[in-house]
Design a binder for this molecule. Structure first.
Ligand code: FES
Length: 347
């Protein structure tokens, strides 16, 4: 069954970026233009039909709003990665894929000011979008620190060269190649980052790279609230979600029912939610089209902020301590624990 929240989008083009990465460009029909409006740094969830199963996979957009006419995601092969390898091997221009509306909060609140953009491997994808938007619409200086295994893994090399040449006073690009310099240490990254300690940092890449970068920025004196990290985990197949949620520890409900207000797209919906029910399940049951994808606490597309009351987060693989301190939660895993709860989805 095709989930309603997915939309059929036609593939306009597939381009080879490197030996192991491809970009897929989508055609958005006029009636879906509003649905597919996005901000730099956001991602699309694709529902991939692989070997009789349905794999939801999140891929950041490498295109930039206002600068590119079409949506584009860039996908790098992963060893044994069923989703990414399927996209790289099978998707052709003219195909139709099921795609969810853009989601994610790895996006600058403002394009003004200075940016330190840190990417490892295919983590360049959202960072490239932010970089181009900030160059086009902001005035601040930007440093891109881009780590790769070797030279042939550098995605968007020619485009990056062209941007650096076009903006010598605003853009500095530091390429770090493990094959030449070795894997960067926290101390080395901290020294590179130190001149940018006042900037807003956006980090995306493999887990080890992001962890090292976060420690390095802390060492370099950057304030925690200036550090933005995008973590993707591989999502479960749709067919396995029910079993995963059934296995998640279900604490005894703290309240029997709660009155929950949901702010979404400028509207406020009020519903009664049982203490054993997730906010997302209750919202979907009430016909509210709340964003979601994996329904297993692993993708963050259902993220919302608790503005009143408390919730219990059953299972969480994406929000870190900083997100939680800002009262972000995952509506697909959040059970109400106070009689009144109000949550707000990012607009
Ligand atoms: S829908 Fe994926 S974390 Fe909630």
């Amino acid at each position: 069954m095709t989930a309603q929240r997915y939309h059929a989008l036609k593939v306009r083009a597939v381009t080879e970026e490197t030996h192991d990465a491809k970009s897929v460009v989508f055609e958005v029909p006029p009636e879906l233009a509003e649905t597919f409006k996005y901000r730099s740094g956001q991602f699309l969830t694709l529902r991939l039909p692989v070997l009789g199963r349905h794999l939801p996979r999140c891929y950041s957009m490498s295109s930039a709003p206002t600068l590119d006419a079409h949506l584009r995601v860039t996908v790098k092969r992963v060893k044994d990665g069923r989703g990414s390898n399927w996209v790289c091997d099978r998707v052709r221009p003219g195909d139709t894929l099921e795609v969810m509306a853009p989601a994610g909060v790895f996006t600058p609140a403002s394009l003004q000011g200075e940016f330190l953009l840190c990417a490892g491997g295919s983590g360049i994808t959202p960072v490239f979008s932010i970089l181009r938007s900030a160059l086009a619409h902001g005035q601040g200086r930007i440093c891109l620190l881009y780590a790769n295994r070797d030279e042939r893994s550098v995605i968007f090399r020619d485009e990056l060269n062209a941007l650096a040449a076009a903006h010598p006073a605003r853009l500095q690009i530091i390429h770090w190649l493990d094959s030449v310099q070795g894997v960067p240490s926290v101390a080395q990254l901290a020294e590179l980052a130190r001149p940018w300690a006042q900037a807003q940092a956006f980090i995306c890449g493999p887990g080890l790279f992001m962890d090292a970068m976060v420690s390095a920025l802390d060492k370099a004196g950057m304030a925690g609230e200036h550090v933005h990290v995008e973590r993707f985990v591989s999502l479960p197949d749709e067919e396995d979600v029910a079993a995963i949620n059934a296995a998640a520890p279900a604490p005894a409900a703290t309240v029997e029912r709660a009155r929950v207000e949901i702010e979404l797209d400028g509207e406020v919906h009020t519903l009664e939610v049982a203490g054993t029910e997730t906010l997302l399940d209750a919202a979907l049951k009430a016909g509210i089209n709340a964003p979601h994808s994996c329904q297993a606490g692993m993708c963050a597309s259902c993220m919302c902020q608790v503005v009143e009351g408390e919730v219990h987060l059953r299972h969480n693989e994406v929000l870190d301590a900083k997100d939680l301190a800002k009262r972000w939660t995952l509506s697909c895993q959040a059970l109400p624990t106070t009689e009144r709860v109000r949550v707000r989805f990012p607009g």
